[in-house]
Design a protein around this ligand. Structure first.
Ligand SMILES: Nc1ncnc2c1ncn2[C@@H]1O[C@H](COP(=O)(O)OP(=O)(O)O)[C@@H](O)[C@H]1O
Ligand SMILES: [Mg+2]
Length: 756
């Protein structure tokens, strides 16, 4: 080993390395002896790198032109820089969208932070280690099997990626600035935060009625309820054995279709059955999937899917069973392999199209047409390979949305109402949808909850439709209504008190509040988790709780450096102060760097929100130049020139003036409360708490709390072991009073007991 990986961190949310780029891997890499061995000093390194990963030629790097990075390698650059670019490139060779990278020196010679973007955290971490491995093999001049890394990364992507339908909704949510949280390793996603959240699992939403899903999942129940609503459905019956099959065929008449009553993806479905022998075989095939089997008339025509969202018709596609087209040269088997090599095809639902699998149904279907896998089809002759048109069995889709007859549109919308399904996929067999199905002999085959979106998003032919948009319109008619107010608090001292005070005032206003502090997570005043909860996971804990209408999140340096904020933005942020404290942790060895960590919180405030900064603290005050939001300042001193200048420009501020907490906006001044009436100031003696009151008051004011609620919140926030554990807790004894106060020294924090 030439290099040593000292640490790998995964960022999610605004972080120390970037405010905009929320998904970053941060690797601490020690180049050791390679620090004195730039790339141009390693014979043949450049040539071997280009030979192994030629696509690196597209990397611009600081030169800003294609080939820029490789030029740097030729001229001589450090191995950390090479590792950064390799990690990015192998992820994109595996189909992931990664483009941002930085290599940053630390104060220790040879030790670098390698920062690069990821799409899936697990893949990013793998790429970090693989990139170091690859660089070392290139240095040694040994062969390296890059393909196996790319294959592994692709596999990780398959395992980690949500499917195309879920992804389309997630992407649309991101485009609308609706926050998302992944709740499991599969496709359960939370859209929005707290009390405003909605959930999706693939294309079932938390608004989707379970009764409707159950109903749609039972083809017999669906058939019955549609029949009674005068919707054309194939005549059919449930059968359990050959006797009942015989009766059903007598009742329905050939050709019949036989399928499991609660199947999906075309599994166990056989159509166009014209003999009892075939029917028995089909019944047994269906029984592989369900005891209850449907035997119904087989409708001739094309296979259509209509998508209705929020009871509104959105799109329609014509589905064609998996097929190949002859070229007069290749056998059907070979044509299938050629078709499956299309990059649009993949396993299951991971890609827009699914691999065509040759199974018994395929062989039977070909045999029925007098064909085998060895048959060479004449050039241009299309050959269907499956009896059903599901995309899950390799089918393809043509968009026909604009061709649907208005009578069918209203029929489809009525069907969605009958089943009461808000995201509804209707399967229809008919000659066409351009004439009323009720008149052209067509029939509704089934109704699907969790319909696939692939055929609409990326049809093989026709117009792609952004069918995720109506889902978001339904879940969040007003995108702004997808989140709850989030106030983040950071700084060296006073974070916990400020957080608790803002939470207390929000409660006064009537919000159900969730907040995180260094001694726990509180939901509606109940401590649900004990311990230091000032990190990203705790923030997400609160934002996941559907009872929470207002979130106040303490954000300590540790969590920010370990994983970023854990939420993409906030509506207001209070930065209390920056002081020498725990310097040296995680390479943060100067107070300026510490300020940069804290500044992440201020810089994550949305443009319309407020960064609330302590104007008495130079480092905090300087953050005003980095934020994209509005700024509010607070100061213990009314003559603070920064306050004066800020208000002269119409800015918002809070000061302590003549022992009053005063809000100022431009020339307007509002007296909020006498310092002496605010218990946590201990009659004004606890000056640091006056500063905390100023920050909290501004946070309440910009969160549109009315002045009375702010005032009564300040008056009723009584410090105690319950309300402010370890912060100025007074214990009255007959002879003396004990005050317990957490104090912080540069190395650690501990409680001090003061007798008075
Ligand atoms: N009665 C029928 N007539 C003609 N084709 C049918 C019939 N029933 C099913 N099919 C074909 O089989 C496919 C799968 O049947 P479907 O009822 O949609 O079950 P699944 O839930 O497995 O999708 C349909 O898309 C259609 O191509
Ligand atoms: Mg179906």
């Amino acid at each position: 080993m030439y290099m040593r990986i000292a640490d790998i961190k995964i960022m999610s949310g605004p972080n120390y390395w970037s405010i905009q780029r929320h998904k970053l891997i941060v690797m601490l890499l020690d180049l050791e002896e390679l620090e004195s061995l730039p790339t141009n000093a390693i014979t043949g390194f450049y040539e071997r790198l280009v030979a192994l990963i030629p696509s690196l030629s597209s990397h611009l790097c600081t030169e800003g032109v294609a080939g820029g990075f490789l030029n740097r390698v030729k001229e001589g650059t450090w191995m950390g820089h090479v590792v950064e670019h390799i990690a990015l490139e192998i992820q994109s060779l595996a189909g992931m969208d990664t483009c941002f990278g930085r290599t940053v020196e630390t104060d220790k010679k040879g030790l670098y932070h390698i920062v690069f973007s990821y799409e899936e955290a697990r893949a990013g971490k793998y790429a970090a280690k693989a990139a170091v491995r690859i660089a070392e093999f290139l240095i040694k001049g040994e062969n390296y099997d890059l393909e196996s890394d790319i294959k592994t990364l692709k596999q990780i992507a398959v395992e980690e990626h949500v499917g195309p339908s879920t992804y389309s909704i997630v992407k649309e949510a991101i485009n609308r600035d609706i926050p998302i949280l992944r709740l499991d390793g599969k496709s359960l996603m939370q859209l929005g935060y707290g009390a405003k959240q909605k959930r999706i699992q693939a294309t079932i939403a938390s608004t989707t009625s379970l009764i409707a899903v159950e109903l749609a999942g039972d083809k017999e129940a669906t058939k019955k309820i549609l029949e009674s609503a005068d919707v054309p459905v194939p005549k059919g019956e449930i059968i359990y054995d050959e006797d009942e099959l015989k009766d059903a065929i007598e009742y329905v008449g050939y050709p019949v279709a036989i399928k499991p009553v609660d199947g999906n993806h075309g599994k166990g479905a056989t159509t166009d059955i014209k003999s009892f022998e075939e029917a028995v075989k089909a019944m047994n095939a269906a029984k592989q999937f369900s005891k209850r089997v449907i035997c119904e008339s087989s409708i001739s025509g094309f296979d259509f899917r209509a998508l209705v969202i929020n009871k509104k018709f959105i799109a329609a596609a014509m589905r064609t069973p998996a097929s190949v087209t002859g070229d007069g040269i290749h056998t059907i088997q070979q044509l299938i392999e050629i078709e499956n090599s299309d990059p649009k095809r993949g396993q299951g639902h991971q890609n827009v199209l699914t691999f065509i699998k040759v199974d018994e149904a395929t062989i039977d279907y070909l045999t029925k047409k007098g064909l085998t896998l060895e048959t060479i089809l004449p050039a241009g002759e299309e050959c269907w390979l499956k009896p059903t048109a599901n995309l899950s069995t390799g089918g393809t889709a043509t968009d026909v949305t604009e061709l649907v007859h208005p009578a069918n549109i209203s029929l489809f919308e009525r069907i969605a109402r009958v089943i009461d399904l808000d995201i509804c996929g209707i399967d229809i067999i008919a000659e066409s949808l351009s004439t009323p199905v009720k008149e052209n002999g067509g029939a509704v085959i089934e109704v699907n909850a969790a319909p696939g979106f692939r055929m609409h998003l990326e049809p093989n032919k026709g117009t792609p439709r952004n069918v995720a948009a109506p889902v978001l319109d339904m879940l969040f008619p007003n995108a702004a209504e997808s989140t709850i107010p989030i106030v983040a608090v950071s700084g060296t001292n006073g974070k916990t008190t400020t957080t608790r005070l803002i939470a207390h005032m929000a409660k006064k206003v009537g919000y159900k509040v969730g907040y995180t502090v260094t001694d726990g997570i509180y939901i509606k005043d109940e401590q649900v988790v004990k311990g230091d909860c000032s990190g990203p996971a705790s923030a997400q804990f609160v934002l996941k709780d559907s009872a929470v209408e207002f979130a106040v999140l303490e954000c300590a340096r540790g969590g920010i450096l370990r994983a970023g904020l854990g939420f993409p933005y906030c509506h207001a942020a209070v930065i209390t102060n920056v002081a020498e404290d725990h310097l040296g942790l995680n390479g943060i060895d100067t107070i300026e760097k510490l300020a940069r960590v804290k500044s992440v919180v201020a810089e994550s405030v949305l443009p319309g929100g407020y960064a609330i900064l302590n104007a008495d603290d130079d480092l905090v005050y300087a953050m005003k130049d980095k934020v994209k939001s509005k700024v509010a300042l607070f100061s213990m001193y009314e003559n603070n020139i920064r306050i004066k200048r800020h208000c002269a420009q119409g800015g918002l501020a809070a000061i302590c003036s003549h022992n009053y907490i005063v809000l100022m906006q431009g020339s307007k001044r509002i007296r909020i409360e006498k310092v002496g009436n605010i218990p946590i100031t201990f009659g004004g003696k606890a000056e640091f708490n006056i500063a905390n009151v100023l920050g909290a008051t501004l946070a309440a004011y910009v969160s549109n709390f009315n002045l009375d609620d702010i005032r009564s919140g300040l008056q009723s926030f009584i410090p105690s072991a319950e309300v402010t554990p370890g912060r100025m807790n007074m214990f009255q004894f007959s002879q003396f009073t004990v005050m317990v106060q957490v104090i912080r020294s540069s190395s650690h924090s501990r409680s001090r007991i003061i007798f008075c």
